[in-house]
Ligand binder design. Sequence first.
Ligand SMILES: O=c1[nH]c(=O)c2[nH]c(=O)[nH]c2[nH]1
Length: 300
Amino acid sequence: MILGQNQYGKAETRVVRITRDGPTHHIKDLTVSVALSGDMADVHLSGSNANVLTTDTTKNTVFAFAKEHGIASAEQFGIRLARHFVTNHDPITRARIRIEEHTWGRIPTPGPKRHSFVRGRQETRTAQVTHDDGGWEVLTGLKHLTVLNSTDSEFTGYAKDRYTTLPETRDRVLATEVHAVWRHAAAPGTAEPDPATPWDGSYERIREHLLQAFATTYSLSLQQTLYRMGERVLQECPGIDEIRLSLPNKHHFLVDLEPFGLKNDHEVYYAADRPYGLIEATVLRDGARPRIPVDVTNLP
Ligand SMILES: O=c1[nH]c(=O)c2[nH]c(=O)[nH]c2[nH]1
């Protein structure tokens, strides 16, 4: 018997960091999961815990770093944590930090006080930083970004066999919940990402390109829309080499109103919950090697 791949760490530490700037407060709200690997044979095989930096310590480090260094962005926080675990504990040779960011918007109030927030956008921003002796990899993403086109979508000309019942349509509702992960161009083996990287601006730009591509593509299939979304991000953002999209087809079926003597002219739909088509693909820049794992976009 041999011990195969293994990793450990505290999952889903929820850290909320308030920055008090006089009457104006700022908030960052993250769920952080740490996974460490390295020389961990003994703890599995002989029971010696000597090389184990406890999961409790990794959780404490998340809170202490939030205090000591603040949270400029999910990616930057993840980079700092990954560097710390790999640099300061010899048996640990690899750290993977996964972060989900829950956004808060400001509630405008009269007067100078600015300390009230309302949960922000529906989507969750994600970041994954991996650091080992091969270098650094930063994946940014989002999930649960629900979008809908009420026309400009058709689906025809597909293969048919004796089990096919789906009617062809030249006008359907196209809705999906975008789950995307993109890889920043610095490949493993390169230096630590530049601390001045504008992670927040890059996220906002890519989110907007995904939305614009969805909205402006006349869709012949969700697969074609997916490709356009990925292609647009790579065209518009030179720092991104690879993007993986996972798009559940949130089917909207026309309701049969004939029994009531009513004509349904693409007005009344039944939004089905499940099953749903699940369309997934990676779009890569020419010459880039695929590095985003196919399961990284698994819902939820
Ligand atoms: O855009 C679509 N792609 C499919 O592969 C598919 N299959 C299906 O039943 N409906 C759709 N829609």
